[in-house]
Design a protein around this ligand. Structure first.
Ligand code: 3PG
Length: 208
């Protein structure tokens, strides 16, 4: 794994964020850092993604990545904005190759044996298991780890305070992703102390 993926694994949780502005992103990143979770995957689900990544990268105290990256052009935008890693909902050769050109670690989505083999063929050994709960959750990851002992997973989608420990208890799971500590309502209300506290709670749960 790359140094950046090692760092994600050390934090254990990757907040998956959608914001409407760069200012929101900067404030949100501050709240995550104060809560002890200085990591943010900012998704290309809003037009603000590129500016938001740049704003968080500019702070220098939060490990920022780009999420929901589905095209090589978005990889270029993420790299230009200062993203340190890329997350994709599925496995795309074009996206993975563009990430490699930029020297960016990439976590492509894979939940079936075929998709995992495709990621392996692209030279990857860590995938986003998405959508985790809807794809069989812990039981599915356990079953897939038998034929793919060298593969690590970052389950995301339906992961939260109630099941995070079950996922992190698996040897093959390096970290989980989720949006529960960065709820859309709290972001739009500017409830940064609420987000700080949710991040702090996530950190305590990872520590067990
Ligand atoms: C993602 O894109 O990774 C998911 O939307 C996050 O899933 P969650 O909202 O269920 O945590």
């Amino acid at each position: 794994m790359s140094e950046v993926l090692d760092s994600l694994a050390a934090h254990g949780v990757v907040p998956v964020v959608a914001v409407d502005s760069a200012a929101q992103a900067a404030a949100l990143a501050g709240a995550l850092a104060e809560g002890g979770l200085p990591v943010a995957e900012i998704t290309f689900r809003t037009p603000a993604a590129e500016a938001a990544i740049a704003a968080v990268a500019g702070r220098g105290d939060v490990l920022v990545g780009a999420g929901t990256v589905v095209t090589p052009a978005q990889v270029d935008a993420a790299a230009a904005a200062g993203a340190r890693f890329v997350v994709s909902p599925g496995t795309s050769r074009a996206v993975v190759e563009r990430c490699r050109e930029h020297g960016l670690p990439v976590l492509p989505g894979a939940v079936t044996a075929t998709e995992i083999q495709a990621a392996l063929e692209l030279g990857l050994d860590t995938v986003k298991f998405f959508p985790a709960e809807a794809s069989g959750g812990v039981a599915a990851i356990k079953a897939l780890s038998a034929p793919f002992p060298g593969v690590s997973f970052v389950p995301t989608g339906g992961v939260g305070p109630g099941n995070l420990a079950d996922y992190l208890g698996l040897d093959s799971v390096r970290a989980v992703g989720g949006s529960w500590m960065v709820p859309a309502a709290a972001i739009s209300a500017g409830d940064w102390t609420g987000i700080r506290d949710l991040a702090g709670d996530a950190v305590r749960r990872v520590a067990g």
